[in-house]
Write a protein that binds this ligand. Structure first.
Ligand code: AMP
Length: 194
């Protein structure tokens, strides 16, 4: 199974990806996680991405396409994968299509988690306030200001992928605002109905 999970930050892509990993025995490929690991390791990619990520903006396409291309070649990706947070621009989607063709791999589909942006922002503001009150560490880009920039980046740069994948007849949309188990059930249903 080879899937893409599409949706704004905070929509629950990571949560649903984890479930798909267990169900299909595939790997979760999160460019956000990979970039955070690169920052922690102090690699050149990490150094390039650090400030951009903290601001909530997107790192350049060539950086993430390079990471994904290498990662797809790892043995554990042979069984299938769920891409979480990639592609995020039409350029990345085109590069991915090219990579998959080169590697002779076919995508099974793109699952869009549809959400209400206003409700998402309220959720993140609440979560941020609670974590601060408890004195817990939050991600650099998980404060309400950076989150707003991440949402704007989604709307401007990533949302066009809905049309892109609809045009390729690969898009399957589910209501991402439903309770987690219901979202999972709806994902199963659209995948079964394919
Ligand atoms: P995420 O963990 O998916 O929310 O990603 C966190 C941050 O990493 C994003 O706000 C971007 O700065 C960066 N990032 C992750 N994936 C991508 C991508 N595919 N293209 C560009 N930037 C990305």
């Amino acid at each position: 199974m080879r899937l893409i999970l599409l949706g704004p930050p905070g929509a629950g892509k990571g949560t649903q990806a984890t479930r798909l990993v267990e169900k299909y025995g595939i790997v979760q490929l999160s460019t956000g996680d990979m970039l955070r690991a690169a920052i922690a390791a102090g690699t050149p990619v990490g150094q390039k991405a650090k400030d951009i990520m903290a601001r909530g903006e997107l790192v350049p396409d060539d950086v993430v396409v390079g990471i994904i291309s290498d990662r797809l070649d790892e043995p554990d990706a042979k069984n299938g994968f769920v891409l979480d947070g990639f592609p995020r621009t039409v350029g990345q989607a085109e590069a991915l299509a090219h990579l998959l063709e080169q590697k002779d791999l076919k995508l099974d589909g793109v699952i869009e988690l549809k959400v209400d942006e206003g409700a998402l922002l309220k959720r993140i503001e609440g979560r941020f306030a609670e974590m601060q009150a408890r004195g817990e560490a939050v991600r650099d880009d998980d404060n309400p200001e950076a989150f707003k920039i991440r949402l704007t980046a989604y709307r401007k740069q990533t949302a066009p992928l809905v049309e892109y994948y609809t045009g390729k007849r690969q898009l399957m949309s589910v209501d991402g605002m439903a309770p987690i188990d219901e979202v999972s059930g709806n994902i199963d249903a659209v995948l079964d109905g394919k």
